[in-house]
Design a protein around this ligand. Sequence first.
Ligand SMILES: [Cu+2]
Length: 127
Amino acid sequence: MPSFRPAAVRLALAIITSAGLTACGGGGSGGTIQSVTVTGTEMRFDPAELTLAPGRYRFHFLNVGTTYHDLGIYRDGRALGIRETGAGQSIDLDVIKLVTGTYTMECHEPGHLQAGMRGTITVRKPS
Ligand SMILES: [Cu+2]
């Protein structure tokens, strides 16, 4: 009997995977990718508060500070996307899908988050 267990687990994973693909392919959001620019400096993001509609986004991170900074987008402590860039440089994060809820922007260079380099993204349907 125990020998059947791995196959059952694989089957369950396959079902979850195909459900996920269906969810991604469906819906009316289409292939539109919106761009959001966030600027980083010591020790803050600008804007620090963002309100966005649900959808797919590419964050463009512009470091106008004098040291390395990174922009990470987190939900429930999990990073959905994160990129680091040097002073005077900019970088694009991978496209991420934002659903209704609250996300945080955080810089994880040593001491930066503690110094206040964080922000909030509120995602909600336009009223
Ligand atoms: Cu930083």
